[in-house]
Design a protein around this ligand. Structure first.
Ligand SMILES: Nc1ncnc2c1ncn2[C@@H]1O[C@H](COP(=O)(O)OP(=O)(O)OP(=O)(O)O)[C@@H](O)[C@H]1O
Length: 294
């Protein structure tokens, strides 16, 4: 299995936030979902991969080429969708296309027209007249019209209605029928990832908590529900990454499933957490879980 993106000791230091030195790879031929709470560093990481923000330390390799040395070549092969709109508002879609297309050696006008049709956008529409969701669709049409082998998207489903969100996921699944293609996208909507992602990279406070296949993640984590009295034992409390207590009992996430099963026996219910559960309890837990796993 080839690596499409390789991060080696990549870090970024802002005044009030830092991406801690991070090493990981994203696989060719798969969809990787980048998740994490607000301010976790997802956009910063994507901007470093795209060369928009320079890392403080480390090296980024894409398609086996150095991001910093071969940026222009690499960008020919990447379709990028940002959560910010970088188009000239006063132009029509057609005029904007006339500016963007010449940058790409493999620009495909027919593919662009087909995508506009599919997204119900007309080339005559002025960019300033587009809604947030329509601008996102336009960004997708641009990103998908130069036969890129790697699609990187920052929150592509933000601002999209549920019908189009599902259509977008279908479109991504179609793209993945070609096994040379790879997709990396960030999202808050973890149910989208349950549907289509193969790998999940989870950032929290600028640290990579995990970057694993969905199956590996599902095997590792266990959600425990039980009476509050169980938490009184320090040995029980210690195994949780995060716990939520309520009047009727507690719910907690652990990656020490066998241990907890042996301690609590039948006095608690164990089940598989969703990605949202994992994100919620890790964010809530506040323990140095990231450091423990990576
Ligand atoms: N140019 C910058 N200068 C200083 N701090 C920055 C800069 N860009 C981002 N940050 C800070 O880095 C942190 C991470 O921001 P980032 O946008 O990467 O998070 P995110 O995970 O994408 O969040 P969200 O899900 O809310 O979009 C935030 O605290 C933000 O204020």
């Amino acid at each position: 299995m080839n690596d499409i993106i390789k991060l080696n000791n990549v870090s970024k230091q802002y005044k009030l936030f830092s991406i801690e030195p991070l090493s990981c790879t994203f696989k060719q031929g798969y969809i990787t979902g980048l998740i994490g709470p607000n301010g976790a560093g997802k956009t910063t990481l994507i901007k470093m991969i795209m060369g928009i923000t320079r890392p403080g330390t480390g090296e980024i390799t894409i398609f086996g080429q150095s991001q910093s040395l071969q940026e222009a070549e690499i960008k020919q092969q990447i379709g990028f969708v940002s959560d910010e709109c970088h188009y000239y508002e006063h132009l029509s879609i057609q005029s904007m296309k006339n500016i963007i297309a010449p940058f790409y050696k493999k620009w495909d006008d027919n593919a662009f027209s087909r995508l506009l049709d599919r997204f119900e956008l007309s080339p005559k529409m002025k960019i300033r007249s587009l809604s947030k969701g329509m601008k996102m669709k336009l960004g997708l049409a641009f990103a998908l019209s130069h036969h890129a082998d790697l699609l990187i998207m920052d929150e592509p489903t933000a601002g999209l209605d549920p019908v189009f969100r599902r259509e977008l996921l279908d479109l991504l699944a179609e793209i993945m029928l070609d096994e040379r293609k790879s997709i990396v996208f960030s999202t808050h909507i973890t149910t989208d990832l349950d549907r289509i992602a193969d790998y999940i990279a989870f950032l929290h406070h600028g640290r990579l908590v995990f970057n694993e296949s969905k199956e590996q993640i599902q095997e590792r984590y266990v959600l425990v529900k039980g009476p509050l009295s169980l938490l009184e034992a320090p040995s029980v409390n210690a195994v949780f990454i995060g716990v939520r207590e309520s009047l009727v009992g507690f719910e907690g996430l652990t990656d020490r499933g066998h241990e907890i099963a042996a301690i609590v026996g039948t006095s608690a219910q164990l089940s598989r957490p969703t990605l949202e559960d994992i994100m919620y309890f890790t964010a809530r837990g506040g323990k140095s879980h990231a450091a423990a796993i990576t």
